[in-house]
Design a protein around this ligand. Structure first.
Ligand code: AMP
Length: 295
């Protein structure tokens, strides 16, 4: 595996790949890699000739300095993980390489960015859209892979790509979970055994919402109430939000009878904020993500 810390080195490597007419798949990450990231890498390897992974803990998407400082980092372990998976190149730039002093250009997708995670973490998606646009400009991949675990991020990126005519195809990959149903996340490393158990409230709440909808319930306030009560019954959990929204616009739904709804949750377990989501639909309706370019 080739490793690059600066843009020029990576660009000249990419030129040789392009001159061989090879397709490039790209997976942007913040490191502390796990099986969720692996699902993206595996998918990219099955679809592209060469696979590039980036690791960069992007300060611009953290509105809380303590959260940024506490974000888990283990570059050595990540490099072993990536070379064992035969990834072609790792890009792990320092902050100066991506944000030279005086940087003042940002990418914003305002409507999709202002709700859910955006209202709990102001500026987060401006940071995400800006870094992903920059990485796309550097890597110029044919396809880029994103997890449905961060559903709102996926929508923001799909919209940015469409609005800016970026020549990259966005591929979404279903959420990978552990045997308890907990969505894998680098942040899970911060949870104690007791907190890991408590964190199963997220998937239990989402599954119960789905059960209600499958059984014919169509009233968002009733289903939200059920989701809330499951979270509130867990002493180590504090609800940030539980919402039922349209999976394209992220605006609240008034009924669940009309098709696919996104149930989205943010819950604080101890001092760690976790997110999860599930697409839910009435019985007989497939609950799948419809990429923006197919709508
Ligand atoms: P992160 O390193 O957390 O920024 O995540 C990098 C990419 O991996 C993003 O596209 C995430 O949505 C994706 N990802 C993280 N966790 C999971 C998971 N459990 N299942 C699927 N994709 C994931």
């Amino acid at each position: 595996m080739r490793t690059f810390e600066n843009v020029s080195g990576l660009r000249s490597f990419l030129r040789t790949i392009r001159s061989d007419d090879k397709s490039v798949g790209f997976i942007p990450t913040m490191g502390s890699l796990h099986e969720g990231h692996l699902a993206l890498i595996t998918r990219a390897k099955s679809e592209c000739d060469r696979v590039i992974v980036s690791i960069f803990v992007n300060p611009l998407q953290f509105n809380d300095k303590e959260d940024l400082a506490a974000y888990p980092r283990d570059l050595k372990k990540d490099m072993l993980f990536l070379s064992a998976e035969n990834v072609d190149a790792l890009f792990h730039p320092g902050e100066e390489a991506l944000y030279p002093p005086g940087s003042q250009t940002f990418v914003e997708v305002p409507e999709l960015s202002s709700v859910l995670e955006g209202s709990s973490r102001p500026g987060h998606f401006r940071g995400v859209a800006t870094i992903v646009a920059k990485l796309f400009n550097i890597v110029q991949p044919d396809s880029a892979y994103f997890g449905q675990k961060d559903f709102q991020q996926l929508l923001v990126i799909e919209r940015m790509v469409r609005d800016l005519n970026l020549p990259v195809s966005i591929v979404s990959v279903p959420t990978v979970r552990d045997s308890s149903g907990l969505a894998l996340s680098s942040r899970n490393a911060r949870l104690s055994q007791e907190e890991l158990l408590a964190a199963t409230v997220l998937i239990r709440s989402l599954q119960t919402a789905e059960m209600f909808v499958k059984a014919g319930s169509t009233d968002p306030s009733e289903i939200k109430q059920v989701m809330n009560s499951i979270i509130c019954a867990e002493p180590l959990a504090k609800l940030d939000y539980a919402e039922l929204v349209n999976p394209s616009t992220l605006q609240p739904v008034t009924t669940l009878a009309d098709g696919v709804t996104l149930a989205a949750l943010s819950v604080i377990i101890g001092s760690t904020r976790l997110i999860d989501n599930k697409l839910i639909a009435p019985a007989g309706v497939p609950a799948v993500h419809m990429p923006l370019n197919k709508i």
